[in-house]
Design a binder for this molecule. Structure first.
Ligand SMILES: O=C(O)c1cc(=O)[nH]c(=O)n1[C@@H]1O[C@H](COP(=O)(O)O)[C@@H](O)[C@H]1O
Length: 241
């Protein structure tokens, strides 16, 4: 496994490095302090820049969330999360809707990593999904019920937490307990554009409702001064930046 010398992180913010090239992602990482935020590499950046960039960011001391939202047959997903662990990532995710056998296989694949294993997180219902969109994909129960059902399944399968909207955090916290990690994208400081997100919440409100981690992309990365935007978020949630 890639050795990881990351500093303790004093903030819940995970900056989504949603860029179409490695140079832009590294330029942003250069400005960020790994003790004040974590970073996330998602599908676009990983597709263009791959494991090499992940290793580079981990080598720079960042705790890294590899957000590839695996969803496949159990054997393939188990192998994929193992490959992520080998890169030294701090968190990796799968779609909880991939089902129990898939999630159990993923959790089992990480057991040999012991205390060094990445957090394994299940995506419930994407924060870009509006309630009225669910029926069209065959989900007839209410959106919040679907989130709770998938989160319970994820917990029963040995996952460490879920990705959800902070709007669902209070109910999830009650249902899944204090130790279950709630990772919340769709975070928008007051007045920021929603973009394609639908179930948005401010950073302070998300934490108040029980979120553990705030995934924030465009409000920071597309700001004229990304560092000022990050500092503003940190100030709003009372973290010294
Ligand atoms: O798994 C994720 O990170 C994720 C899940 C989800 O339900 N919604 C969601 O927006 N995300 C990711 O979180 C980031 C949000 O970015 P912004 O909308 O720019 O803040 C993107 O990288 C998304 O891929």
């Amino acid at each position: 496994m890639q050795s990881q010398v990351s500093s303790p992180v004093s903030s819940p913010v995970i900056v989504a490095l949603d860029y179409d090239n490695a140079a832009a992602a590294l330029a942003m990482a250069e400005k960020l302090d790994p003790s004040l935020c974590r970073v996330k590499v998602g599908k676009e950046l990983f597709t263009v820049a791959g494991p090499q960039l992940v290793k580079e960011l981990v080598g720079r001391g960042f705790q890294l969330f590899l957000d590839l939202k695996f969803h496949d047959i159990p054997n393939t997903v188990a192998s994929a999360v193992k490959a992520a662990a080998e890169l030294g990532v701090w968190m990796v995710n799968v779609h909880a809707s991939g089902g129990a056998r898939m999630m159990e296989a993923a959790a089992e694949a990480l057991l040999p990593y012991g205390d060094n294993k990445p957090l394994l997180i299940g995506v419930t219902v994407l924060t870009s999904t509006a309630p009225e969109e669910l029926a069209a994909v065959g989900v007839t129960r209410a959106l919040d019920e679907q989130v709770l059902t998938l989160a319970s399944l994820a917990k029963d399968c040995g996952l460490d937490g879920v990705v959800c909207s902070a709007r669902e955090a209070q109910a999830l916290r009650r249902q899944c307990g204090a130790e279950f990690a709630l990772v919340t994208p769709g975070i928008r400081p007051a007045g920021a554009a929603a973009d394609d997100q639908r179930r948005i919440v401010t950073p302070a409100q998300a934490l108040e409702w029980g979120a553990d981690y705030l995934v924030i992309g465009r409000p920071i990365t597309a700001a004229a001064d990304p560092m000022a935007a990050l500092r503003q978020v940190l100030a709003e949630i009372g973290v010294q930046g």
